[in-house]
Design a protein around this ligand. Structure first.
Ligand code: PAF
Length: 283
């Protein structure tokens, strides 16, 4: 019989369970999510399971990482489906706190970020986003006292920001990255893909194809600046509104000018209609 997944709505309940697991010598891995789970999240849970006997998935649509004009209110909330999915794959627990549990009255603290959070990529278009992400992740890490946390490479700058923060603040947790899970046509899986109208969904994989072609050109030694700017024009010509498409150092996210400056990561953010897609690949 399938074991029921435990649902913890309070920090105290989650901590009590984790204390018991730790006392029994069991490692704990956390998979932080905002719900609306898809196969990419299932892969994160499977990866978590490789590192720890116990896996907690947090589901919290974090208001502090959304700007006022962004989609916080309409962000998909599908708890019952998410719970069934996590039960089917054998997650041990869901942490499903309220906004009040995470940000009680009087909450007045934020994590201040430098380094990979301030390199002119997502931060240029979403100036308060990473502060919100880092604050909630810092809370989730210390609340759960998990040994590992698994993050997808899909949000590549987020992964670098959280990894840096965990090291810099000695949070005592190991950040485990997982390669992006893609649809058969190359589109990176994302909870926001469900916003795409059929014709937008048909266009979306062109972004991944453009990045792959650019990576091949860079590997072949073509002048980087030319290859990048031609790809930007091509993506705009295909019908995307481009926020950025850049080649950066894979670890620091600093600008690069040649293949020898690498390892290089190509990162993109582009809009189709009202939906903003982000993606990245290694060169
Ligand atoms: O990647 C996400 O879903 C969110 O940014 C995270 C890490 C769960 C923090 O709210």
């Amino acid at each position: 019989m399938m074991a029921e997944v435990a649902v913890f709505e309070t920090v105290a309940a989650m901590r009590a369970a984790v204390a018991g697991w730790h006392a029994a010598g069991e490692a704990v891995a956390l998979v932080p999510t905002m719900g609306a789970l898809h196969d990419g999240h299932v892969a994160l849970v499977a990866e978590a399971r490789k590192h720890a006997r116990r896996v907690i998935v947090s589901i919290f649509v974090n208001p502090t990482q959304f700007a006022p004009h962004e989609d916080f209110k309409k962000y998909p909330r599908t708890f019952e489906g998410d719970r069934a999915r996590l039960e089917a794959i054998g997650a041990d627990a869901i942490f499903f706190p309220s906004v009040e549990e995470m940000y009680p009255a009087g909450f007045a603290t934020r994590v201040l970020l430098l380094g990979p959070a301030a390199v002119g990529l997502e931060d240029r278009f979403r100036p308060t986003h990473f502060e919100g992400v880092a604050t909630i992740c810092c809370k989730l890490f210390t609340q759960s006292r998990a040994d590992f946390a698994v993050f997808g490479e899909k949000d590549y700058q987020q992964l670098q920001v959280v990894t840096r923060m965990a090291r810099d603040l000695d949070l005592g947790i190991t950040i485990v990255p997982l390669a992006t899970i893609r649809e058969a046509d190359g589109l990176a899986m994302s909870s926001r893909n469900r916003y795409l109208a059929p014709e937008e969904r048909a266009l979306a994989p062109a972004l991944h194809q453009a990045m792959q072609a650019l990576a091949a050109r860079i590997r072949n030694g073509e002048p980087l600046a030319v290859a990048v700017s031609e790809t930007q024009m091509q993506v705009i010509g295909a019908g995307f509104e481009l926020d950025y498409l850049e080649a950066r150092h894979a670890w620091t996210l600093a600008p690069v000018t040649a293949l020898a400056d690498g390892p290089i990561r190509i990162l993109v953010a582009a809009r189709i209609g009202a939906t903003r897609l982000i993606d990245n690949i290694a060169v």
